[in-house]
Write a protein that binds this ligand. Structure first.
Ligand SMILES: [Zn+2]
Length: 356
């Protein structure tokens, strides 16, 4: 318990006090569930619209110094570039209704080096950063960007601002493994690490940050991969142009790949999934092993659709198999079986020879 308290006391807090209090109690009781390798939890409040452009401006009288302004603006650009979803886009603009403030007063808890308020979503948000040199009970806050010569113990303002933009999107702090080995899975973290601890200067959202953004805001396009922090269930279907043909006749197979409608898939449910690898397989009967015949060709015009043309020489059972590539957080799936009966023919149109 002492160790847990010691760790928590060293936390450079940047969240609202009521939420932090509940986390502290859970950690002390050892009740925090093991949610590693899972999407960041969801914050309360309303989401932004998909791809909503959210304009922010410096709060009057609390304009950050140039080095801090650059760090915050760059963090907004980091959030935009690495959201891997249709989450909101943050742009500093004259007259922006969302206000970002540097120095006192802030809306932060006593221990917070930065904080946010998204209760105005989807209209506006608030964000605050303590000033360089602010004195906490643990010592003096030093932003790395504010130092003439960078030194250990400073906090990277761009990384901390990215955490805040993640919250503004709708992300709650990632739940890490007990040993913290998965810290790099998320930037949106309860504990922001000071230089030179691993992760102190990460400038891109982590895979479990983008996982939650995908769940709430969807992917940008059907061909985009799913975050590897997710395990999105899929469904593969297969149909053929005919189920009974003469030998030598051409059969057109069409497969579709979509995410399932599972509630857990949230905004990703029932989405077509394009540009994946779908393999067409066949076997002579149910006692046989499947053999792969070829890779189905993705349609250029219909998302999540794949085609393959062949001329079967015997009766087979067929299925389509989706195998996710490394780096794609989708779950493999295969279609139900389509049986195509092939019969011999007579006459001048038939191929020569006998059925194999
Ligand atoms: Zn945070």
């Amino acid at each position: 318990m002492n160790r847990a308290l010691g760790i928590l006391r060293s936390v450079r807090l940047r969240r609202q006090p009521s939420i932090f209090a509940s986390v502290m109690v859970a950690a002390i009781l050892g009740a925090t569930p093991a949610l590693a390798d899972q999407a960041d939890p969801l914050l309360g409040g309303k989401p932004w619209a998909q791809d909503q452009a959210v304009g922010y401006a410096w709060r009057s009288g609390q304009v950050p110094p140039a080095w801090m302004a650059v760090a915050i603006d760059t963090a907004a650009a980091d959030a935009n570039a690495t959201r891997a979803s249709r989450a909101a886009v943050f742009v500093r603009m004259t007259g922006g209704t969302s206000l970002v403030a540097y120095g006192e007063p802030t809306g932060c808890s006593t221990a917070g080096i930065a904080c946010y308020n998204r209760s105005g979503a989807p209209s506006s948000f608030r964000m605050w950063f303590r000033a360089h040199g602010y004195i906490f009970d643990w010592g003096t806050l030093r932003w790395c960007q504010g130092l003439a010569v960078i030194a250990n113990g400073c906090f990277d303002a761009e990384n901390v601002a990215l955490d805040e933009f993640g919250h503004v999107q709708i992300l709650e702090h990632h739940v890490n493994e007990a040993d913290g080995s998965d810290y790099l899975d998320a930037v949106v973290q309860t504990v922001s690490r000071a230089r030179p601890a691993i992760g102190w200067n990460v400038h891109a959202l982590g895979r479990c940050d983008t996982a939650r953004l995908q769940l709430e805001y969807d992917r940008a396009a059907p061909r985009d991969p799913f975050s590897t922090c997710l395990a999105i269930e899929t469904a593969t279907t297969l149909k053929s142009s005919s189920t009974s043909v003469s030998i030598g006749a051409t059969v057109q197979f069409t497969a579709t790949l979509r995410t399932t409608g599972a509630t857990l898939n949230r905004a990703l449910a029932n989405d077509p999934v394009s540009a994946r690898t779908i393999t067409l397989q066949r076997r002579t009967n149910s006692g046989q092993a499947w053999s792969s015949i070829g890779t189905m060709v993705p349609s250029n015009s219909i998302e999540g659709t794949y085609a393959f043309t062949t001329s079967p020489t015997a009766t087979y059972e067929w299925r389509a198999v989706f195998t996710p590539a490394a780096g794609d957080g989708a779950v493999a799936s295969f279609s139900t079986i389509v049986k195509i009966t092939v019969s011999g023919c007579s006459g001048s149109g038939c191929p020569s020879g006998t059925l194999p």
